[in-house]
Design a protein around this ligand. Structure first.
Ligand code: FAD
Ligand code: NAP
Length: 314
């Protein structure tokens, strides 16, 4: 069985850039394992305005569309598969796929990113996909001309609230504090928007509805007062959890060193505590959580992987 020079786990901006640089930099056998369509979480974004050189209104999907073909041109292979575990024995890594089959590799670049966090209010799980959503570009259109709630106070919540305000008749922005994490110019745009109502110092308490889906959300403020908002749609943007499950070994320990938040500890070369294993993008410590930085990590890790494999085999 062929041993890969490099296995890339995840096909977001980090994984795709690692794919471009490893193949173009001379590694012969490189496969990117991506469980869905390549592009990563930015494909859920309705607007990206901070990727250098890309000006004008552009969606995350538009931005990422050309990336896979560019990598494939230099020989990157793509397996659409969920990787359940990565292990290492002696100098060889093994990629364990969901169907039980395995692939061996001399080096591994991890780029599994992060996933939307649950806010934790009553009914959230039951109504997920039936009125509760984590993706405005995917589901916003269902609420055209209707009122919706957005929960959160970070960049994602505010940017998606602005997007939804263009489609929906009104957006209630529920945030648990009275200041935001988001960039100041985004906060300004929110404050100027005529159909966004801020509900601050308030927590989502319970979502309710019927067999057709959501009919409303009860929120509570810091004084314990409740308010019912009648809406058919609720969008939660309360942060992300690192996708690190693939690194968990059979005995429950991680393959490499992690911090308390479950992020992979790397040095400035994206090297982990395990030789030949690199971690990039949103999953690593101190990640700026940006497309540009994830892509940069992918390039750095790829150059390191090329040197590592070269030394290992020659
Ligand atoms: P991801 O993009 O998360 O990609 C990881 C990939 O790995 C996914 O495709 C996933 O399917 C795959 N994967 C995960 N586990 C497995 C597995 N076990 N097996 C196989 N495949 C797996 N950043 C900006 O710079 N500007 C913005 O305007 C901006 N807007 C954003 C708006 C939204 C709504 C969101 C959610 C994020 C936004 N970000 C923005 C942040 C940006 O999207 C991320 O920082 C970036 O996508 C991280 O890239 P990544 O490659 O590390 O991971
Ligand atoms: P985030 O910055 O972690 O913000 C999460 C928000 O949700 C916070 O306001 C938080 O409140 C709130 N929250 C958390 N748990 C909650 C709960 N259980 N109930 C109610 N509210 C809750 O997450 P994000 O906005 O998804 O951004 C993630 C990263 O991606 C950030 O680094 C961000 O800068 C980046 N990003 C960048 C851009 C851009 O550059 N344009 C766009 C999107 C995302 P508190 O504030 O009180 O903690």
């Amino acid at each position: 069985m062929t041993i890969l020079d490099c296995a890339i786990i995840g096909g977001g901006p980090a994984g795709l850039t690692a794919g471009l640089y490893t193949t173009r930099g001379g590694l012969e056998n490189v496969t990117m394992f991506e469980k869905g369509m390549p592009g990563g979480q930015i494909t859920n974004s309705s607007e990206i305005e901070n990727y250098p050189g890309v000006t004008g209104e552009i969606t995350g999907m538009d931005l990422m569309m050309p990336w896979p073909a560019q990598c494939q041109k230099f020989g990157l292979k793509h397996e659409m598969v969920n990787v359940v575990r990565v292990t290492k024995s002696n100098d060889l890594f093994t990629i364990h796929q969901e169907d039980g089959t395995t692939v061996d590799a001399h080096s591994v670049i991890m780029g599994t990113g992060s996933s939307p966090r649950r806010a934790g209010f009553t009914g959230e799980k039951d109504f997920l996909g039936r009125g509760v959503s984590t993706c405005a570009t995917c589901d916003g259109f269902f609420y055209k001309g209707k009122e919706v709630v957005v929960i959160g106070g970070g960049d994602t919540a505010l940017e998606e609230a602005l997007y939804l305000a263009k489609i929906c008749s009104k957006v209630y922005l529920v945030h648990r504090r009275d200041t935001f994490r988001s960039a100041p110019n985004t906060v300004e745009r929110i404050k100027k928007s005529e159909n966004i109502e801020l509900i601050l110092n308030s927590f989502p308490d319970e979502v309710y509805g019927d067999s057709a889906g959501v009919t409303g959300l009860r929120v509570k403020n810091r004084d314990g007062e409740s308010r019912d908002i009648s809406v058919p749609g609720i969008f939660t943007f309360v942060g992300n959890d690192v996708n690190n499950q693939t690194l968990i070994q059979e005995d429950g320990t991680f393959l490499c060193d992690m911090n308390e938040q479950g992020q992979v500890i790397v040095d400035i070369s994206m090297k982990t505590s395990v030789a030949g294993l690199f971690a990039t993008g949103d999953m690593r410590i101190a990640a700026p959580k940006q497309v540009i930085s994830a892509a940069g990590d992918g390039a750095v890790a790829a150059l390191q992987a090329i040197s590592y494999v070269d030394e290992l085999l020659n």
